[in-house]
Structures are given as structure tokens and as C-alpha cells.
Design a protein around this ligand. Structure first.
Ligand code: AMP
Ligand code: ZN
Length: 106
């Protein structure tokens, strides 16, 4: 998607450092962290939100990526959040899962 900030990040346009990358997703630090550790797990495929996701297997892969990223970051305890739709606080319309740990403010 041309005007999607997360597609651009996945594309390497901003030289964003990936905490983890696999076949399905990238994981990078949130630019405006709402916790001591705040990561975003983002599917490589552009899907606007959970409401547009039909691929059950991809959701499983994303959740396993959450676990792998948390382990890599040394997190034993963490919160996962998916905002779906504007009124729920979704700002970037490319599906992503927040991982938050330590002094969570979200
Ligand atoms: P949401 O409100 O669930 O759509 O979350 C979008 C998140 O993306 C927010 O927490 C933003 O701080 C974060 N964000 C927006 N632009 C960037 C960026 N260029 N790099 C990293 N995180 C970003
Ligand atoms: Zn996108």
C-alpha cells in the first residue's frame, strides 16, 4: 500500500531497526512508547485491521511472533493490545499487535 506508513517501514524506507523479522511479520519499537518496552508486531501483508483479516493461520503466526519477540526482549510478563477501528484508538490502518511491558500507560 503506497500511503501506508507501516508498509513503508516493512519496505525499509526509513531504515527502521527490526527487533525480529520472519516470513510473516516484522517487529519494531513504537515511536511513542506507552511503556518501558513497547513493540509492534506487524504483518508483512497489508491488512487494514482485524476486521479485514480472514487468514486464521496468519493470526496464529502473528501471536507466535509476539511470543518470540517478547522472549527475545527478555519479557516474562507483558500485555498485548490490538486496537480495531478509529473509535477504539486505531491510528495506523495496517494491522498490528502492541506488546507492552513495564509501567504500562495504555
Ligand atoms: P494504533 O493506535 O493501535 O493504531 O497504534 C499505532 C502505533 O504506531 C502508535 O502507538 C504510534 O506511536 C506508532 N507509530 C506510528 N508511526 C510510527 C513509526 N513511524 N514508527 C514506529 N511506531 C509508529
Ligand atoms: Zn500497510
Amino acid at each position: 500500500m503506497q500511503d501506508c506508513i507501516f508498509c513503508k517501514i516493512i519496505n525499509g524506507d526509513f531504515n527502521t531497526e527490526f527487533v525480529l523479522e520472519n516470513e510473516y511479520a516484522v517487529v519494531f519499537k513504537d515511536i511513542n512508547p506507552k511503556a518501558d518496552t513497547h513493540l509492534l508486531v506487524v504483518p508483512k501483508k497489508h491488512v487494514e485491521s482485524l476486521n479485514e483479516l480472514n487468514d486464521e493461520a496468519l493470526l496464529g503466526k502473528l501471536m507466535m511472533t509476539v511470543k518470540a519477540a517478547a522472549q527475545k526482549a527478555g519479557l516474562k510478563s507483558y500485555r498485548t493490545v490490538i486496537n480495531t477501528g478509529k473509535e477504539a484508538g486505531q491510528e495506523v490502518f495496517h494491522l498490528h499487535i502492541h506488546i507492552l511491558a513495564g509501567n504500562i500507560r495504555l
